[in-house]
Design a protein around this ligand. Structure first.
Ligand code: R5P
Length: 279
C-alpha cells in the first residue's frame, strides 16, 4: 500500500502531478482527447501518474512505460443519459491488478440522488482493495445543483476519507484550507474546465499553497494550444516551487520552442528534471 502510494505522491516532497485522461468514460471523444494515444505519449515523461480507464490504458498507453496508473473503476453513465450520479463499480480488482494499477479511482456523488449507492460502493471498494494493498482515490464529483464551496466540499471529502479513501480528489474553492484541514488524507485538486493558462497556473499554485499535495489536471493541459509547455509549467509549480509568474514565463518560453519544434528534445527534458531534483 505504502509503496503504491509513494509512486503517486512523491515521498521526497509529498507532491503529486497526475495527468487526467479518463474523461471519455462519460464524455466520449472529448475535445482534443479524440485520439488519446497521440495526446498521452508526449506528456508521459512530465507527469508522476496517469488517471485513466482500462480501455485507454490497453489501447493508448505504451506498455513499456513506468508511469504509475490510477485506474478509474467507476462508470455506467453518459453525458446524454438521465443522471450522471448513478455510477457503479465496473472493473474487477483482478483486472486492476492485471493492469498493474497503482491505485483505483471512483466517484462519489454526495448530495445527489445516488449518494447512498456511490458512497457505499466506495466503502466496498476499499474493503476489497485493502486485501491487495491497493490504494483508493475518491473523486468528489459535483452534481449540477451542488455548489463547489468549502462547506459542501469539506463534507464530501471528509465522508470519502471516513469510508477509507487514501487520497481524495476535489475542487479548489474559497477557504480551501478548511477543506484540507478537515480531511485526514491527502487532497489532490482537479483542474476543471479549460481556462486561460495563467489562470490554470494560479489555480495550481493556490491549491498547493492551500495544502493540496498536487493537481490531477486534464483539460487545462491537453486542451492548451501547447500541452507540453503547459504540463512543464504546472510541474514547475508542483515540484519546482515556482511562483505563477515564473511558471507562466516558462509556459511562454516552452510554447515558443515547441511552436518551432513539435517534439521536445529529450536532452532538454532530462536537464529540466535534474534541475528540478536539485531544487
Ligand atoms: C472527472 O472526474 C475526471 O475524472 C477528471 O479526471 C478530472 O475532472 C480531472 O480532469 P480536469 O482537469 O479536466 O477536470
Amino acid at each position: 500500500m505504502k509503496n503504491r502510494l509513494a509512486r503517486i505522491i512523491k515521498p521526497y516532497n509529498n507532491r503529486a502531478l497526475m495527468l487526467a485522461v479518463d474523461h471519455g468514460y462519460f464524455l466520449g471523444p472529448t475535445e482534443k482527447l479524440e485520439t488519446p494515444r497521440n495526446v498521452i505519449a508526449p506528456l508521459l515523461k512530465y507527469c508522476d501518474s496517469l488517471m485513466l480507464t482500462r480501455g485507454i490504458q490497453r489501447t493508448s498507453v505504451p506498455t513499456n512505460t513506468n508511469v504509475p496508473m490510477v485506474l478509474r473503476v467507476s462508470g455506467g453513465t453518459s453525458i446524454i443519459g438521465e443522471d450522471l450520479s448513478q455510477e457503479n463499480i465496473t472493473v474487477s480488482i483482478q483486472d486492476a491488478i492485471n493492469l498493474n494499477a497503482s491505485a483505483l479511482a471512483m466517484s462519489i456523488f454526495v448530495g445527489s440522488k445516488y449518494e447512498y449507492q456511490t458512497i457505499s460502493n466506495l466503502g466496498k471498494l476499499v474493503n476489497e482493495a485493502h486485501q491487495y494493498g491497493m490504494p483508493v482515490l475518491a473523486v468528489t464529483a459535483v452534481g449540477k445543483d451542488l455548489g463547489k464551496d468549502a462547506r459542501y466540499l469539506s463534507l464530501a471529502c471528509r465522508i470519502a476519507a471516513e469510508q477509507g479513501a487514501h487520497i481524495v480528489k476535489t475542487y479548489y474553492c474559497n477557504d480551501f484550507e478548511k477543506v484540507v484541514q478537515s480531511c485526514p488524507v491527502p487532497i489532490i485538486v482537479a483542474g476543471g474546465k479549460k481556462i486561460p493558462e495563467q489562470d490554470a497556473l494560479q489555480l495550481t499554485h493556490n491549491a498547493i499553497s492551500g495544502g493540496a499535495v498536487g493537481v490531477d489536471m486534464g483539460r487545462n493541459i491537453w486542451q492548451s494550444e501547447h500541452p507540453i509547455a503547459m504540463i512543464r509549467a504546472v510541474r514547475s509549480i508542483v515540484h519546482g516551487n515556482s511562483n505563477v509568474e515564473q511558471a507562466y514565463d516558462m509556459y511562454k518560453q516552452q510554447s515558443d520552442k515547441h511552436a518551432k519544434k513539435d517534439t521536445p528534445d529529450s536532452k532538454d527534458s532530462a536537464n529540466h528534471k535534474s534541475q528540478e531534483q536539485k531544487k
